[in-house]
Design a protein around this ligand. Structure first.
Ligand SMILES: [Ca+2]
Ligand SMILES: [Ca+2]
Length: 649
């Protein structure tokens, strides 16, 4: 059987310079857009830095940077002298798990042979220049440290692998191809056709408690010396692999020969069987030595279920949810030739089409820190796929309504263009039975940007025209003494105030609902301010997210002490914020917004860091549905508190 060579990079598409990309076909409710300008050069792999920058490898040795805002920078992080013949070149990039402290960036590239000698693949480490913030986008000159020099290559320029990733154990894993000599994959005397596992300084973990394997099923003997880096064997060209965030699970995509492409379960000491076996386990007698793939697909053209070479590996387990929650834990992979991305359900190892008709040859994909899916076309274009983000449609604030400064105040901002039709309500007596001491007779005031009174309402049926509008909204209060106002408001910041009639007090609810979700304007930021007490009289914010399938990216804050700067007497000294889902399950709790460094960094970047260190904030992605936020005073403290919800990009 002749070896059919899969030239990973041979199918170069002539998109370079075309400037126009046809949109891929995506599931309903998803859209894609270019992330940065085209690199206009053959690209091979990419990786997100922990700060949100995206580093992209060109085959000919340029490590490019797209900043966290999606702008392709003009200067390379580093420019390497590489052998880029065939499938050789700059093939992988990874960031040290401790990047924020050491600023180490690792690359996998093909070193040209010197003086007619053999080329070989190498892993090197570079250090980002932190002498000035702007310089972190370039490596310190002369900072290259060679971590690992692999076996000399034959004259064959294909099957180099090149993926590098840190595992949850802090070790650096590398996928290495068999250099088109299939027997290498079953040999323990070289590192080709393997997954390697090394320490980040290039040394090999050979001692307890977590040494590399010393034996491999179906192969006699043990690796020695540099070959102790071998972690798994029997692979042809593991061009992409990944770890599932938060777990020890690893999937390896092995590019096949003439029949099968594989997704393999990455387990230490495994033999994946190449070149003896490939594709599905024979039934009824699989060879016990070999670990057969979890999923495989056949070769073919013009189909979304066949292809030529598996590329791109990413589990959907982002820090911040963006896709519908049904994608969490699923695995994305794609094909070089047939322009598709599929999503694998790891509970039953089946897959379905996610994207098709990609406008070029896919070479890599990743889930970004924002929860969107990013894919790299060989032509040098990165695309970002998002589920269309939901909006905040309704917010309510419940607190005990007192008098003076301690009335209940709802604030909201309308963004975008054109009017937004909303209904505001002040609820009291219908809370009877739900809370002790409901506000007996609320009055609602609506104030314009700048503070002028627009209108007020005591009882919602007072005005016949308003009564009709309120009835038509389907949101008429259930008690005649409660208040409601329907209004179409231009973009700006508004305030709704709930008071007890004749200076009375009790637990009240201020609410606003979006009555025109199709408008060009949105309910942006919303807040509720009230007097936070204890027990049933803590302040409770309700939020409904909807109108699209994607998550809404929001910052929720609980503000207290900084209200004193606005002339508020008796502000809540030390708020604590809890966020619950519709089942009451706790999504998160935050005392002080800087408690979690990763969250604090995101909140700072959003421009919404509270001004007082005792105040609370969370940045999260909320799937469509209802949510509840509770503000308490720490250790039973009371005072005026403010809950805020901001939509962020
Ligand atoms: Ca009333
Ligand atoms: Ca606090």
């Amino acid at each position: 059987m002749g070896t059919r060579t899969i030239f990973i990079f041979a199918a170069a598409c002539s998109l370079i310079g075309s400037g126009v990309l046809n949109a891929a076909t995506l599931p309903a409710g998803f859209t894609e857009s270019a992330w940065g300008n085209s690199i206009a050069n053959n690209c091979t792999a990419m990786a997100f830095a922990p700060d949100g920058r995206l580093f992209v490898c060109t085959q000919n040795g340029h490590l490019r940077v797209i900043d966290a805002g999606g702008t392709l920078l003009g200067t390379d992080f580093v420019t390497l002298t590489v052998d880029s013949n065939g499938e050789r070149g700059l093939l992988g990039v990874a960031f040290d798990p401790n990047y924020f402290n050491n600023h180490y960036v690792y690359v996998y590239y093909t070193v040209p042979g010197v003086s007619g000698g053999a080329a070989h693949n190498r892993i090197s480490r570079f250090t980002a220049d932190t002498s000035m913030p702007a310089n972190e986008n370039v490596a310190v000159a002369g900072s290259e440290l060679q971590i690992l020099n692999l076996d000399n290559l034959s004259s064959a320029t294909n099957h180099n692998g090149g993926a590098i990733h840190f595992g949850p154990d802090g070790k650096l894993y590398a996928g290495v191809g068999e250099n088109a000599t299939s027997s290498n994959a079953q040999s323990l005397s070289n590192r080709l056709g393997k997954i390697l596992r090394i320490n980040s300084d290039g040394s090999i973990p050979i001692t307890a408690p977590d040494p590399n394997p010393t034996s491999f099923p179906g192969i006699t003997g043990s690796p020695t010396g540099v070959n102790r880096a071998i972690w798994a064997v029997g692979l042809r060209n593991p061009f992409t692999f990944c770890f599932q965030p938060g777990t020890t699970r690893m999937f390896i995509n092995d590019v096949g020969q003439s029949t099968w492409e594989e997704v393999n379960d990455g387990i230490a000491g495994s033999n994946y069987g190449w070149p003896v076996v490939e594709g599905p386990a024979p039934s009824p007698s699989p060879t016990p030595s070999y670990r057969y793939p979890l999923l495989y697909y056949g070769h073919g053209s013009n189909s979304t279920s066949t292809g030529c070479a598996i590329v791109g590996a990413a589990f959907y387990n982002p820090d911040i949810l963006q896709f519908p929650a049904s994608y969490v834990g699923k695995y994305f992979f794609g094909d070089l030739c047939n322009g598709w991305i599929r999503v694998m359900d790891t509970s039953n190892n089946t897959s379905s089409v996610f994207a098709s008709g990609l406008s070029g040859s896919l070479v890599d994909l990743h889930v970004g820190p924002d929860g969107a899916l990013y894919y790299l076309l060989q032509s040098g274009q990165v695309m970002r796929v998002q589920a269309n983000p939901s909006q905040a449609l309704n917010i309510s604030t419940r607190a005990r309504v007192e008098t003076g400064d301690n009335v209940l105040i709802g604030g909201f901002i309308i963004t975008g263009s054109g009017g937004k039709k909303v209904i505001m309500r002040a609820i009291g007596p219908s809370l009877s039975g739900l809370v002790p001491g409901p506000l007996a007779d609320p009055v609602l005031e609506l104030h314009a940007p700048g503070g002028a009174l627009i209108t007020s309402n005591d009882n919602w049926q007072d005005d016949p025209a308003q009564k009709t509008e309120i009835m038509n909204s389907g949101l008429a209060p259930s008690n005649n003494l409660e208040s409601a106002i329907v209004a179409t408001l231009q973009p700006g910041a508004y305030t709704a105030i709930v008071r007890g009639k004749n200076g009375t007090s009790g637990v009240g609810l201020a609410e606003i609902f979006d009555l025109d979700t199709a408008a060009g304007s949105q309910l942006g930021n919303m807040s509720g301010r009230g007097f936070v007490q204890t027990g049933d009289n803590v302040m409770i914010g309700g939020l409904i997210v909807g109108n699209n399938i994607g998550a809404a990216r929001v910052v929720v804050r609980a503000i207290g002490p900084s209200l004193s700067g606005y002339g508020v007497n008796n502000p809540l000294a030390d708020p604590v914020l809890e966020l619950h889902d519709s089942n009451g399950a706790l999504i998160g709790v935050n005392d002080n917004w800087q408690d979690d460094p990763d969250q604090a960094a995101l909140i700072m970047d959003s421009g919404l860091a509270p001004s007082n260190a005792l105040e609370s904030a969370m940045l999260t992605g909320l799937a469509p549905g209802p949510y509840t936020a509770i503000i308490r005073g720490k250790n039973g403290g009371t005072g005026v508190g403010l809950i805020e919800v901001f939509k962020v990009q």
